[in-house]
Design a protein around this ligand. Structure first.
Ligand code: CP
Length: 312
């Protein structure tokens, strides 16, 4: 398959969304759209290639969508979803684990609780490393599928009013997404309790590029929004359970909240949700978070095909 690009993806690590230019991101999104029919028909584009998914933290979507993507492109899969059942339990470190797994795979997707784990793995690996989530730091492939979803729903990204809502401190998806959106002409509304405001280094970087507004309340800005990107409060990353208790359930979208929304306003969520969006919202035309899950498959098909050189 040839989409004719001078951009170089073959053999690249994907550790941070900041490693990409807007042109590169746009190319990935275009490639993802070409994967829509292939995801249904299947392909042997990655025949004889093997993906390793090594996950040191729980995951449903990231691991399974990468695995589904590899299957749909004719490749095979090895890996683990629970480090407790591997030699990590006997004391094997991450660098050695990576050096071992690269003998079994052409590409590795890593999820790890430590920030910087993806970068470290890439230093030791002789095959490309895709960061499937590094602690509270970044989740670059999620940001790409989020952008793909926005583009698919709105036919554009520039000019939109986008609200990132909830845990902007510990939520890795919003860090990567905010960096990515700062490459587009959007107005970004950051809605969180004060204790969970966007990490300083992200905020400082994006403010240099786009208009950013910080709020603690959603109600007043909601009528102007084109996209609401809801997030879960990341209970597992709070050092103090009492601090979590103060902010638990702070934002909730339900049918009442949506009365003031634009008719074509889109609600996204990286999932899992734990109460931020009432189930009654799922039946409204605003809810696109389950379509977002499908978009994760085609976006990750595009990434695997590009990084493994099946698309030039
Ligand atoms: N969105 C996301 O990263 O979900 P999982 O934790 O289930 O992979």
């Amino acid at each position: 398959m040839c989409l004719v690009s001078k951009l170089k993806f073959k053999g690249r690590d994907i550790i941070s969304i900041r490693d990409f230019t807007r042109k590169e991101i746009d190319y990935i999104l275009k490639t993802a759209s070409t994967m829509e029919p292939i995801a249904k028909s299947g392909s042997n584009m990655l025949q004889r290639k093997t993906l390793a998914t090594i996950f040191f933290e729980p995951s449903t979507r990231t691991r399974l969508s990468f695995e589904a993507a590899m299957h749909k492109l004719g490749g095979s899969i090895v890996g683990f979803a629970e480090a407790e059942m591997t030699s990590v339990k006997k004391g094997e470190n991450l660098a050695d684990t990576i050096r071992v797994v690269e003998s079994y795979a052409d590409i590795i997707v890593l999820r790890h609780p430590l920030e910087g784990a993806g970068r470290l793995a890439a230093e030791f690996a002789g095959v490309p490393i895709l960061n499937g989530g590094s602690g509270a730091e970044e989740h670059p492939t999620q940001a790409l599928l989020d952008l793909y979803t926005i583009l698919k729903e709105k036919r554009k990204i520039d000019g939109l009013n986008i609200a990132l809502i909830g845990d902007l401190r510990y939520g890795r998806t919003v860090h990567s997404l905010a960096y990515a959106l700062s490459l587009y002409e959007v107005k970004l509304h950051l809605v969180s309790p004060e204790s969970l405001q966007m990490r300083r280094e992200v905020l400082e970087t994006i403010k240099e590029k786009i208009e950013v507004v910080q709020k603690t309340e959603l109600e007043k800005i909601l009528p102007k929004m084109d996209i609401l990107y809801m997030t879960r409060i990341q209970k597992e990353r709070f050092p103090d359970p009492a601090e979590y208790a103060k902010v638990k359930g702070i934002y909730n979208i339900n049918l009442e909240t949506l009365k003031n929304a634009k008719k074509d306003m889109t609600i996204l969520h990286p999932l899992p949700r734990v109460g931020e969006i009432a189930p009654e919202v799922d039946e409204t035309p605003h809810a696109k978070y389950f379509q977002q899950v499908w978009n994760g498959v085609v976006t990750r098909m595009a990434l695997l095909a590009l990084v493994l050189g099946a698309i030039k």
